[in-house]
Design a protein around this ligand. Structure first.
Ligand SMILES: Nc1ccn([C@@H]2O[C@H](COP(=O)(O)OP(=O)(O)OP(=O)(O)O)[C@@H](O)[C@H]2O)c(=O)n1
Ligand SMILES: C[C@](O)(CO)[C@H](O)COP(=O)(O)O
Length: 237
């Protein structure tokens, strides 16, 4: 008889951003969404995911809102100091996990700003092995244009959209592998806007798992009513 070893699984939530594109006084993760702070929705959602050992939430040093969230008292939730950029916050969280999670543990990195993630999508992402990482993503459905440089509006060419996917979170990887890859990528000056970018820079090819359009990243003011609509529709179904 073989005894299956269950890999310990943690969630890391980067929540130390300032939400500049939202243009409000307080960071977007604390703005009210359907009567509760946005981050409360995200954490409530994560707390319902199956088989999660703990959740490291990376918040800014000067954050004075986190402790007021009801979820902050949940014993599975651990507050970690974030960093200047998203990648710095994730790296701080990974270093925390290397001290507190079991050896060989896996992490699901999920943006605080994505409160509408569906549990069924997370379960699909967690299905099977992912030794080199796996991410939720969406194949693009629009025609994709490229310009010569950022800010320009003159089209240079149309890209082959059959090969283009939009990255979402959660993004899954072994903690140690991702920590090494992210540290190296930052040291090499690689632009790391998600976890997969760091793994790619290290020569790995993380797997794409089709996600859902409803897993929006709340970024600009128009996203708030959209997120409220998605959450309300889900409660009714
Ligand atoms: N130094 C940072 C910057 C971002 N994030 C987090 O990374 C996620 C995705 O980033 P984004 O949506 O870009 O959030 P902000 O950086 O806050 O937004 P903006 O770029 O508009 O300032 C968010 O949950 C955000 O809180 C973080 O933990 N640490
Ligand atoms: C990680 C991410 O949500 C995947 O789409 C995204 O890259 C975060 O980017 P941002 O520049 O921090 O908005």
């Amino acid at each position: 008889m073989t005894v299956e070893q269950q890999t310990e699984r943690w969630v890391l939530v980067p929540a130390a951003g300032i939400g500049a594109r939202m243009g409000r006084e307080i960071p977007k993760q604390y703005l009210p969404l359907a009567g509760h702070p946005l981050l409360s929705h995200t954490l409530e959602n994560i707390l319902s995911w199956p088989g999660i050992a703990g959740i490291a939430v990376c918040v800014a040093d000067a954050d004075c809102w986190f402790e007021a969230l009801p979820e902050a008292n949940d014993p599975r939730i651990h507050r970690v100091a974030g960093g200047a950029e998203r990648a710095d916050s994730v790296l701080a969280g990974l270093r925390y996990l290397e001290k507190h999670a079991a050896l060989g543990a896996e992490v699901l990195v999920h943006d605080a700003a994505r409160p509408c993630i569906a549990v069924a999508d997370v379960e699909r992402l967690m299905d099977g092995e992912a030794p080199h990482g796996a991410i939720l993503a969406l194949p693009v459905s629009d025609t994709v244009k490229q310009v010569r440089s950022a800010g320009e509006t003159e089209i240079e060419r149309t890209l082959d959209r059959s090969r283009i996917w939009l990255a979402q979170t959660p993004q899954r990887a072994p903690v140690a592998l991702l920590r090494h890859a992210l540290e190296q990528a930052l040291a090499d000056g690689v632009a790391v806007t998600d976890e997969a970018s760091a793994l790619e820079a290290a020569g790995f090819s993380p797997r794409l798992v089709p996600g859902s359009r409803t897993n929006i990243k709340v970024t600009v003011p128009e996203d708030l009513p959209l997120a409220e609509f998605i959450l309300a529709t889900r409660r009714q179904s």
